[in-house]
Design a protein. Structure first.
Length: 336
């Protein structure tokens, strides 16, 4: 046998390692390939490039996900005439022995062949925040950035509402920014964010919002890019504090989901505009999933009210490394 079809395994790697929903897996295609295989070598290859991939062994996705994945894989295998694969059943037995956890890992394969590994919550809402999981807009924005690296190369990037870090870490690994500033205001999110940045090979400098800009402790090494984690509350941060950031690019993902925070976000953008002095205004890109059309329209209306022009970035892109990202994600470019 010549081995599994590369495209099939690549899709399995991308979708499984990123822990995308099971229903997105190409099960009909898999079953056809298993039926055509004379032995269990295809199934073994799939097992070792998903569940038993070294990265997933070191940083395992949730117990529930692995159990469901293996159970469905066994069902498809048993529906064919292929020889039984003991390793598959043994792997499921090992997973069934594990206890459920409130934390898991997700491993995302980048187009460069590099990885982003994140520790995430297994619950959508945890610790009073939705910021401990990765949302679709973050994936979409990172994919778009990867297709437009020249916008970020050798520039200073400020990310608002970084959450646990997927977008920023992906950009740091693929787009070569000079400085990347992750920011958030929730203590637990900031803690998890710092751990994930470190997990991916970066040593962040920590900056407390109330400290004068430019006085944060320098990173211990000369890493490229320089990575900063900032505690940043949109409502209380001052123009003076923002003046030292000197961002060339400002980005955010999934920060337009609640009408109550839209005014704070727009106020933050106005402060950024006022703090730039004689410098050129930063380029601003905000990605969000349109869950509630009213919230989306409200955001656009509030931008119009304060005179912030905006345009929709075309959705078509061949840079997305996760081909099952929800299609209702929009990126707006704002002109502050």
């Amino acid at each position: 046998m010549a081995g599994p079809e590369p495209g099939l395994l690549l899709r399995f790697q991308r979708r499984f390692l990123a822990a995308r929903p099971l229903l997105s897996l190409p099960w009909p295609e898999l079953e056809q390939n298993l039926r055509a295989a004379p032995d269990s070598s295809l199934l073994q290859d799939i097992l070792h490039q998903t569940i038993l991939h070294p990265l997933c062994v070191k940083y395992p996705p949730s117990t529930k996900y692995r159990r469901c994945f293996l159970t469905e894989l066994i069902k498809k295998h048993e529906s064919t005439a292929a020889e039984p694969l003991d390793e598959l059943y043994d792997t499921l037995a090992d997973v069934l022995k594990e206890e459920e956890s409130t934390q898991c890992y997700k491993n995302y394969l980048l187009p460069t062949g590099d990885w982003v590994t994140l520790s995430e919550s297994t619950a959508l809402i945890s610790g009073g925040t939705t910021g401990l999981v990765t949302w679709d807009a973050a994936l979409h924005l990172a994919g778009w950035a990867g297709g437009n690296p020249e916008l970020f190369r050798a520039r200073t990037v400020l990310e608002l509402g970084s959450g646990i870090g997927f977008t920023g870490i992906a950009i740091c690994k693929t787009c070569q920014p000079k400085t990347y500033i992750f920011s958030d205001c929730h203590p637990r999110v900031l803690s998890q964010l710092g751990q994930n940045i470190h997990l991916n090979g970066f040593e962040p400098t920590w900056c407390i919002q109330t400290e004068p800009q430019g006085q944060e402790v320098e990173a211990k090494n000369c890493q490229n890019p320089k990575v900063i984690v900032a505690e940043l509350d949109w409502g209380s941060v001052t123009e003076e504090q923002l003046g030292g950031v000197q961002a060339d690019i400002v980005i955010a993902a999934d920060v337009v989901y609640d009408p109550e925070i839209i005014s704070a976000l727009i106020g933050m953008l106005q402060k950024l505009s006022s703090s730039r002095a004689e410098r050129k205004a930063p380029e601003v890109f905000i990605a969000f999933a349109i869950r509630n059309p009213h919230t989306y329209q409200l955001f656009q209306a509030e931008l119009d009210k304060v005179g912030i022009r905006w345009q929709i970035i075309p959705a078509h892109s061949n840079s997305n490394f996760l081909d099952d990202v929800q299609p209702n994600v929009t990126i707006l470019q704002l002109f502050i």
